[in-house]
Write a new protein. Structure first.
Length: 285
């Protein structure tokens, strides 16, 4: 049997050898070589990295006295903020009242609305307050009322409702001046204190002390001056309405006070006298 020529590598076309050589390295059915994950092994001689997290504060070794002092300071700072907020609220209320009065008065040059009989208009209250002569005593217009502050330290023995001799003289001076400028007007006697705890006092709270002091002023004014009981009434605020912060000794001294609050209305009989002076004097007819 005759056989054809034998194929050898040498007899294959040269391009076939080239394709095989190339295909051996880029075989279409050859799986891709697997890639190993990156090594996370710490290199020798280096320190392992760990995130820095501050430990929680420990009070096991803290001095209890320092902790207590810090707590006291925190409470004092909170109280100061509360006092300042209360004072700002009062200032805002006063400013709002004054703004309302200014708007009610109308544009400049317009007539002021007339007040009811026996009642002073705010502008008249302000003008009269400027004429109150009491050196060393705070006075201010608060909305439609006039406030005259009398220091409790000038009136009473410390921590008591006992009037000092100088305090009695001062109250007499205040009563005479108020009656001269605001004759027959209703007067509120407001007792105010600071926030300090009472020491060796006969009262259980600052509110009780403010009641006792306002009552002592009421009794003195109605028995030793020309003011009458029908004109006066009492209000005891305790430490609830400071005018300044209680954080300092000067602030606490300012807040310990009696306020004589003058209202624009007159008592009934005084209002009738103001409306009909001739009849009140017996000159009618």
């Amino acid at each position: 049997m005759a056989h054809g020529p034998r194929l050898t590598t040498a007899s294959l076309p040269r391009f076939v050898v080239v394709v095989c050589a190339v295909g051996c390295t880029n075989h279409p059915f050859r799986s891709a070589p697997s890639t190993a994950p990156p090594s996370v092994t710490q290199p020798p001689g280096t320190t392992a990295f760990a995130p820095t997290v501050p430990p929680p504060p420990s009070y096991a070794d803290a001095d209890p006295r320092q902790l207590e002092a810090g707590l006291v300071r925190s409470r004092q700072e909170t109280q100061v903020m509360q006092d300042e907020i209360a004072a700002l609220r009062e200032q805002l209320a006063s400013t709002s009242a004054q703004l309302a009065q200014t708007r009610a008065a109308g544009p400049p040059g317009t007539a002021m609305p007339s007040a009811p009989p026996g009642t002073m208009a705010p502008a008249a209250m302000q003008a009269a307050l400027a004429g109150v002569s009491l050196p060393g005593i705070e006075k201010r217009l608060d909305g439609g009322v006039a406030r005259i502050e009398v220091s409790a330290d000038r009136l009473f023995e410390p921590g008591t409702a006992n009037l000092l001799p100088a305090g009695s003289a001062l109250l007499t001076q205040v009563a005479d001046e108020v009656e001269r400028v605001y004759p027959g007007h209703f007067l509120g006697i407001e007792g105010h204190t600071d926030t300090e705890p009472l020491k060796h006092a006969a009262w259980g709270s600052q509110h009780q002390l403010s009641v006792a002091r306002a009552t002592a002023v009421f009794d003195f004014l109605t028995s030793r001056t020309s003011l009458r009981q029908g004109q006066l009434f009492l209000v005891a605020h305790g430490p609830n309405h400071p005018v300044v912060s209680n954080a300092t000794a000067a602030g606490r001294a300012r807040n310990r006070r009696i306020e004589i609050v003058v209202y624009p209305e007159r008592a009934a009989d005084d209002a009738a006298s103001a409306a009909h002076p001739a009849a009140a004097a017996g000159g009618g007819g």
